[in-house]
Design a binder for this molecule. Structure first.
Ligand SMILES: [Zn+2]
Length: 140
């Protein structure tokens, strides 16, 4: 399923849950400072919770991570370090995460939340703003 502006609007309308670091790591009370917890909440909330934890693309359901993805090529690296996208539909994701709260380096593919993507119309409306690294991938 092609990632068009209309498709981005459809995905936004689903109001998918954002990623919460507490769902990724088992942390007992006292292990993480308030500052680290706030930094991790702010960072990881830009990504979308994978539907039912299956790790599939939220747009086309192609598996993004793990052995199946390695065999079938579900994730494609981008030009920016750590960034990439779904190899089938181009939905953007980040696969390497550095220096977030108590995390030094984490390799895990997380797709951006649809609200973090900008449609072509939104990009054109804010041409004077600093360009976002997150696009819907339809520029090629
Ligand atoms: Zn996809």
């Amino acid at each position: 399923m092609k990632l068009t502006d209309e498709r981005i609007e459809e995905l936004r309308a689903k109001q998918l849950p954002r990623l919460d670091w507490r769902d990724l790591f088992d942390v007992t009370e006292g292990q993480v400072t308030i500052e680290d917890a706030a930094a991790m909440s702010a960072y990881f909330s830009r990504f979308v919770m994978s539907p039912e934890g299956k790790g599939g693309c939220i747009n086309c359901e192609l598996v993004q991570g793990g052995l199946i993805s390695a065999l079938l090529g579900g994730f494609r690296w981008g030009l920016a370090h750590g960034e990439g996208s779904c190899s089938r539909c181009g939905y953007p994701a980040r696969a390497i995460h550095y220096e977030v709260g108590i995390i030094r380096r984490l390799e895990a593919i997380f797709q951006y939340h649809p609200d973090e993507l900008r449609t072509r119309a939104e990009r054109e409306a804010s041409e004077l703003e600093k360009p976002s690294v997150v696009t819907n991938g339809d520029e090629k």
